[in-house]
Ligand binder design. Structure first.
Ligand code: FAD
Ligand code: DHB
Length: 394
């Protein structure tokens, strides 16, 4: 067995694991990152696109704001569409200048991998049989197989950044963990389209036939989602059916509709809310989707992952600087406070904008009345705006 040592062993090279590795590097703390998928897969998978203000600020603070500044698309408002009309929420105006930026998770991950590679610190893709051991001791370790050989990395701490299907959370003793969970009776069918976005800002739509969302990735690429059945078979959605449904649900009476073009990618995402409490056990700390999953409607998942690792890096820095474990002990409670706030908002946006099979006409009219109130009240719009653009990390 090959044996090595590091300060922080990181399982998972998604946004959480990679950003944690970078934050620790900037503080002179060593880490070893392992990832079970290939580098190409991690970079290419199509996921989040909305960065909160604090995530954008963090990318700049850690010296990775160059491509984001050049290619990110800053949005100071968004549209809610219902009853055939679009209503703009002027987010920046309502929040003292905070905004969101459209910059694909692929690009964030690309920037973070380039930074990691530049440091020369270890980042191993395509590892197999990863496992974590001795979590309650002062000497936890990670084991994995790579290049046909077994490896063991002795660590001071382990960060479980391995997403919703990882191995870290299941390694915590079941009787010490409470998992809060809710599944939603629908999913999202998402498509990437080679077409210039026909709106400068996102459009979230509630229609009699269900939810739809207009977003984008670049001046040439449109990103669209529509609510579908939770067990939907993608084979039942040929391109012409997708366009008919998207157009019906999104078009407004002022003549606006998404611009069509070749669909280059299609996928279905089921929707869940999950919170794991606590987010630590001994010297294992969970971060990102490993600890909590939000339904995508509020665009919070990636941003919560970034907030977790910002907090964890600060706590580890305090430990290595002075041996003070206060921030490490406070990590789970503080991170959960933010996670629950994001859960509440994501649940609310999901409930406000989707139609469940069990809902009747009354529920739909109530949803419309809710949205009508929202767009007529500066207080209600401010509440939406401040949650959507996100609060500062602290
Ligand atoms: P992940 O990105 O899942 O990374 C975990 C990593 O761990 C993965 O690379 C995985 O391969 C690896 N791993 C798993 N098991 C092991 C193992 N045993 N050994 C080693 N490695 C392992 N969020 C937003 O903020 N805004 C949005 O607009 C948004 N839109 C979304 C749209 C869609 C369609 C989807 C699916 C998600 C969206 N999200 C959004 C959520 C966001 O993508 C996630 O919250 C984010 O990826 C979480 O990052 P993470 O690093 O915690 O987890
Ligand atoms: C995108 C994803 C979301 O979940 C969301 O709420 C808004 C935009 C996107 O992929 O662009």
């Amino acid at each position: 067995m090959m044996q090595t040592r590091t300060q922080v062993g990181i399982v998972g090279a998604g946004p959480a694991g990679l950003m944690l590795g970078h934050l620790l590097h900037l503080r002179g703390i060593d880490s070893f990152i392992i990832e079970n998928r290939s580098e190409e897969h991690v970079v290419e998978r199509v996921r989040a696109g909305v960065l909160e203000q604090s995530t954008v600020d963090l990318m700049h603070e850690v010296g990775l704001g160059g491509r984001l500044a050049a290619h990110g698309m800053r949005h100071e408002g968004l549209y809610l569409a219902f009853g055939g009309a679009r209503h703009r929420i002027p987010m920046a105006e309502l929040t003292g200048g905070r905004a969101i930026t459209i910059y694909g998770q692929n690009e964030v991950v690309r920037d973070l991998i380039a930074a990691r590679t530049g440091t020369g610190r270890p980042l191993r893709f395509e590892v197999e049989e990863a496992g974590v051991r001795d979590l309650a001791s002062l000497t936890p370790s990670i084991r994995f197989r790579s290049g046909g050989r077994l490896h063991e990395v002795a660590c001071d701490f382990i960060a479980g950044c391995d997403g919703s299907h990882g191995i870290c959370r299941p390694s915590m003793p079941a009787d010490r963990v409470h998992v809060y969970e809710r599944t939603y009776p629908f999913a999202w069918l998402g498509v990437l389209v080679d077409a210039a976005p026909s709106s400068d800002e996102l459009v979230y739509s509630l229609h009699d036939r269900g939810f739809a969302l207009f977003s984008m990735r670049s001046p040439h690429v449109t990103r669209l989602y529509l609510q579908c059945e939770p067990d939907e078979d993608i084979a039942r959605w040929p391109d012409d059916r997708i366009w008919a449904e998207l157009t019906t649900r999104l078009q407004t009476s002022d003549g606006w509709a998404p611009r069509a073009g070749p669909i280059t990618q299609k996928s279905i995402t089921r929707m869940r809310s999950v919170v794991v409490e606590p987010m630590d056990h001994g010297r294992l700390f969970l971060a990102g989707d490993a600890a909590h999953i939000v339904p995508p409607t509020g665009a919070k998942g990636l941003n919560l992952a970034m907030a977790d690792v910002w907090r964890l890096a600060r706590a580890l820095e305090a430990f290595y600087r002075s041996g003070d474990e206060t921030l490490l002990r406070e990590y789970s409670g503080r991170a959960l406070q933010r996670a629950w706030r994001a859960q509440r908002f994501s649940w609310w946006m999901t409930s406000a904008l989707h139609r469940a099979a069990a809902d009747n006409d009354f529920d739909y009219r109530r949803q419309l009345a809710d949205l009508e109130y929202l767009v007529s009240s500066r207080a209600a719009m401010t509440s939406l705006a401040e949650n959507y653009v996100g609060t500062p990390m602290e």
